[in-house]
Structures are given as C-alpha cells and as structure tokens.
Design a protein around this ligand. Structure first.
Ligand code: AMX
Length: 387
C-alpha cells in the first residue's frame, strides 16, 4: 500500500457512528478478522488457548513466541517484580463493599500507580502484569468477605498463583485450567475495541501506564462492552428457571422466539466485527465438554448454540447470528466454583490489562521509529446554531 493510497473514504453517513470501523492506526499485537476471528501476533487464538499464559503474554509484547530460554527469563522477570505494595491492600480495605468489583479494580490500579509507578511505560508494564493477579485476588477476598489476602507464591506461575491467592471457597480442581484458557482468550482484541482505544488515547497525552489503564478499565466496565459477560450468565439462569430439561430444543426454541418477538435480546450472540461463531466461544464449548459436561447451565448453553443461531438466522436482522465469547464463559466459571457473576468483568479486566498495556508499550516506545503516536485528537464538525 502506498502512503497516499485511500483506504477509507469518510462520508457524512459515517459521522456520529462511534468511529465504527474507521481505520485510525496500525496494531502489530493482535487483530480480528470477520471470518477467521482473533489472532495474536499472527497466530489464531484457537492454536494458543492451551499454551502457558506467560508464553502468550510474551507473544503479545514481542510478536514472537518465546523459546525455552526466553520464556524462563520472562517468567523470572515477572516473579522478581510481583510484590504488590501493602498500601494497595490497605486502600482496598477502605472501599465500600456495595461498590461494583470493577470500581474496586479502578481503585486498585489507581493506588498501584501511586505506590508503584515509575513513569517508564515498559517498567510499569512488567509491574502491572506481575502484580495485578495479587490485586484482583485481594479484591475478591476482601470484598466478598472470604478473609485476609493469601500471600503470593509467584513461582507457581501467573494463573496458578492467582488461583492460589483467590482461595475461592468451593473451587473445583478445574478452576486453574479454566482460568488459564479464559485469560488467554481475553488478553487482547485488536487495536480498536473501546477499552484498548481509550487506554491508548489517554497514554497518547503521556499519562502514565496506570492512569491509562484506569481509563481503559472504566471503558471495559460498560454493559455494552466487558460487563456483557455477567449479563450472559444472568440470562442463562433466567431461562433455566422456566425450562426443566436444558437439552429440550423445542422448549428452548419457543422461549427464544417469544423473547425476540417481545423485543428481547439473545445475550451471548452477535458481534460488531465477527460474522462467524467467535472462535473463543468454540474453544470454550470444547473445554466445557471436558470440565463441565453434565452441568445443566452448560447443557443449556449448548442447546442455545444451535437453537439461538437458527432463530437469529431466520429473523435475518443480526449481522452475526452466532455465539460470541460471552455465551459460555459464565456457566463454566460457575461450574468451577466462581458463582458470583459480578466479578466476571474483573477477571476479564485482569486479562485485558495485559493486552492493553502491551499495546501502550508499542504505541509509546516503538511506533513511528520509537517517536510514539502523537496525542489523539480527532475532529468533530460543528452542528450547533449559526450566528
Ligand atoms: N439478539 C437480538 N437482536 C440482535 C442480537 C441479539 N443477540 N444481535 C443483533 N441484534 C439486532 C440488533 O439489535 C439490531 O437491531 P435493530 O436494527 O433493530 O437496531 C440488528 O440486529 C443489527 O445489529 P448488528 O449490527 O448485528 O449488531 P451490532 O454490531 O449493532 O451489536 C452486539 C453487536 C454484540 C452489541 C449485539 O449483537 C448484541 O446486543 N448482542 C447481545 C449482547 C451480547 O451478547 N453482548 C456481548 C458482546 C460480546 C462482546 O463484545 N463482549
């Protein structure tokens, strides 16, 4: 492509549409293709889902999978920087329990910035990646009243240590496996999703890593963005109240037809970019057959996978009539012992901060030959009164 080639022509119809699909930059870390789904550094997400999270974190930062020596050095770097300042935990203890866990995540990141921020995007990247599992585990334990935070053992591994620090009552033996796959599937999602774009825009004004991630996570907290995952589980639970046999396709079909006829939304279906079943959903359906094959809510999600798509295709309105990443994650979390859906967006945030922080490192330290992307400043056409 030559530098002056027109790649997107903006017309009046494009205004006030939320920048939907406008190319505004380049992103080497990850991308989403409407037909083939999500890729990290050129690798399809389905081929990465069972790797070690640290390998995939490295891939997103360096755009290459690490060899054994590189992985070992990277893990040691994370372990060496994993101590969270006690002041962050003390700050969390002062927060109101009725505040949503995402508000707690914003508070934790803000406090981490004040205690740990160095002002260097790369050093702060390493610190955030290394310390966020401890902060998120402390959010669960303090806010849920599970007890004092459990001391970190970073040598266990990034997710293994997180699950150890969670100490979730009723956690099943499969929680670590589920959380590893969940983390990898949610690390990154191209350059233009709302939270990533917001985080990079804030960093373009040279706000530090922590402040940029606070803004990014506030964006993720919206119900149209990251918080959709908690709504999807509530949706499955509400269907389960009315339908006794989760494999009864006829009953589920009638339920969904009625729901859509009365203006309802089929949660867990549809996507702004994808036009096929989200490969992240495909991975989770397969994982569910391994770790929760008899779980009634998982069985209901499997019935919906077929029936929901059939009905949305028949209606012909949804551009993507297929399951998205949120269709199954909640019922798997619940089957593995994490039953309070209010925390699901925080788990998404723990993972997505890794990808956003990696993209911020790229935009601030590598893009444009190391000069960085200039401050973000789109234009709005004046549409007010003329004097
Ligand atoms: N159930 C019912 N109707 C749906 C639908 C669904 N799952 N998905 C799309 N539609 C409807 C839209 O409401 C719209 O109707 P309208 O023309 O009357 O306004 C029409 O189909 C066209 O919409 P679209 O272009 O296909 O979708 P979009 O890009 O505007 O929105 C999304 C995408 C995900 C918000 C939408 O599909 C939706 O609301 N899905 C259900 C909620 C959900 O699962 N959210 C999680 C998204 C995953 C994620 O990104 N975290």
């Amino acid at each position: 492509m030559s530098e002056s080639e027109v790649i997107f022509k903006i017309t009046k119809e494009h205004l006030d549409t939320g920048l939907r699909g406008f190319p505004v930059g380049t992103c080497p870390n990850s991308h989403v293709d409407p037909m083939t789904g999500l890729f990290y550094g050129g690798y399809a997400i389905a081929d990465l889902a069972e790797k070690q999270p640290e390998e995939v974190i490295y891939l997103l930062l360096k755009r290459e999978l690490p060899d054994a020596a590189q992985l070992s050095t990277f893990k040691m770097d994370i372990i060496a920087n994993s101590r969270l300042d006690k002041g962050v935990i003390e700050h969390l203890r002062t927060l109101p329990k009725h505040g949503h866990p995402m508000k707690w995540l914003l508070a934790a990141l803000n406090a981490m910035g004040m205690y740990e921020g160095t002002g260097d995007y790369y050093k702060d990247y390493v610190n955030v990646v290394a310390q966020l599992p401890e902060a998120v585990a402390a959010i669960f334990r303090i806010r849920s009243g599970w007890g004092d935070p459990i001391p970190s053992k970073p040598e266990l591994g990034w997710i293994e240590n997180f699950v150890h620090m969670l100490g979730a009552p009723g956690a099943s033996k499969d929680l670590t496996h589920l959380m590893k796959v969940f983390a990898i599937l949610h690390f990154d999602h191209g350059g233009g999703n709302l939270s990533t774009f917001v985080g990079k825009a804030i960093a373009s004004g040279h706000e530090d890593m922590y402040g940029s991630l606070v803004g990014a996570m506030a964006a993720l907290a919206g119900p149209l963005h990251g918080m959709a995952n908690q709504e999807c589980l509530r949706f499955l639970k509400s269907i389960a109240k009315d339908i006794k046999d989760p494999s009864d396709e006829k009953a589920v079909y009638a339920y969904v037809e009625n729901l859509l006829a009365t203006g309802g939304v089929l949660f867990g279906f549809g996507h702004a970019v994808l036009r096929v079943e989200d490969p992240r959903a495909t991975v989770q359906y397969a994982l569910g057959e391994q770790i929760a094959p008899k779980d009634p809510l998982f069985r209901l999600a499997v019935t919906l996978r077929k029936v929901g798509s059939e009905i949305l295709i028949k209606k012909g309105k949804a551009a993507d009539p297929y399951p998205n990443v949120d269709a199954v994650s909640g019922c798997l979390m619940q089957a593995c012992g994490l039953s309070d859906e209010n925390y699901y967006t925080v788990l998404f945030g723990l993972s997505r901060c890794v990808g956003i922080a990696g993209q911020i490192v790229y935009e601030r330290k590598e893009a444009r030959g190391g000069k960085g992307i200039p401050i973000v400043r789109p234009s709005y056409l004046y549409s007010g009164p003329k004097r």
